[in-house]
Design a binder for this molecule. Structure first.
Ligand code: UDP
Length: 285
């Protein structure tokens, strides 16, 4: 595993989206945390990246000579936290879902910490903050969002909250669904009918990462440009689960707040000390 930061291309800011060509964009750094790629994009750069994916699809559809434009690829964003990094160490299919994603951003403070130990600076971009900011930009740019997942009624509630906050926001749909195979056809029919630009999936990790990765082609054919797994984001936005106070987020203690509010998480959170130990012991991650 390389200690170096690799580079690929991306643009810098959402305001920069007049430049649609990645080849002209400054290079995007990719850190490595326990063998997994983490792209060094801050919030505005992530939004610019999303904007380009949507613009590319619109351009391809606009220039298609036939009435049925060729199928466009789906782009998957993974929001990485220590729990999913640890799960991927022993689960090859999850690791494949992460490494085949188009963008992996640092959701957990532990991921930022692990990269910094190797001299690699990452910005923390949480799934819930990305959803919130995407909704704001979407209201201005006409992107259509679909909120999929969480308990029945929560996605709808989160959608209403976002539409109140960002007037003009177009929701292509909000539906609880579920990651199980029996729910798949129903969800895909809804998506193919509503053709959202961006799909936020809140099935929890690693179900949401696997679900998106396994359905890339069919989601792309349903018109979805970008799909992001966002864990408990709808619960936060709907007000169903309170988010940690700002000061706790700032000092990297959001995980502790979640543990205190939802003590049943303790078993899952055992991944945190195991992650820290693995990072400290790993010479070349
Ligand atoms: N969830 C779901 N279907 C499932 C399991 C979970 O929709 O089969 C939802 C759950 O209701 C919650 C979301 O997944 O809204 C994220 O759960 P969690 O907080 O455990 O995810 P994390 O943010 O820790 O990844």
């Amino acid at each position: 595993m390389a200690d170096t930061i690799e580079t690929t291309n991306t643009a810098q800011t959402i305001e920069n989206t007049g430049n649609r060509n990645d080849a002209q964009a400054p290079p995007m750094r990719i850190a490595r945390v326990l063998g997994l790629p983490v792209h060094a994009l801050a919030m505005e750069q992530t939004l610019a990246w999303i904007a380009r994916r949507i613009d590319e699809r619109a351009d391809a559809n606009g220039s298609a000579a036939t009435a049925t434009p060729p199928a466009q690829p789906l782009h998957q964003i993974v929001t990485l936290n220590p729990e999913i990094v640890m799960a991927a160490q022993r689960d090859e299919s999850l690791r494949a879902a992460i490494t085949s994603a188009d963008l992996c951003i640092a959701d957990g403070v532990g991921v930022v910490w692990a990269a910094r130990r190797r001299g690699q600076r990452l910005a923390r971009v949480t799934g819930v903050d990305l959803l919130e900011r995407t909704a704001q930009v979407a209201a201005a740019r006409g992107w259509r969002l679909f909120l999929l997942g969480a308990a029945p009624g929560i996605a709808e509630l989160a959608g209403e909250v976002l539409q109140r906050r960002y007037p003009g926001l177009q929701l292509a749909g909000a539906y609880s669904g579920g990651p199980q195979a029996t729910a798949r056809d129903d969800i895909l029919t809804r998506l193919a009918t509503m053709r959202p630009d961006i799909l936020f999936v809140a099935f929890g990790s690693p179900a949401q990462e696997r679900w998106i990765a396994g359905l890339r082609e069919v989601l792309g054919a349903a018109g979805v440009s970008v799909a992001v797994g966002v864990g408990g984001a709808f619960d936060f936005i709907a007000g169903h689960v309170p988010r940690a106070p700002r000061w706790m987020r700032r000092v990297g203690l959001e995980w502790l707040y979640r543990l205190l509010r939802e003590p049943w998480r303790w078993r899952r959170m055992l991944a945190l000390p195991r992650f820290a130990l693995a990072v400290i012991l790993c010479r070349d991650s």
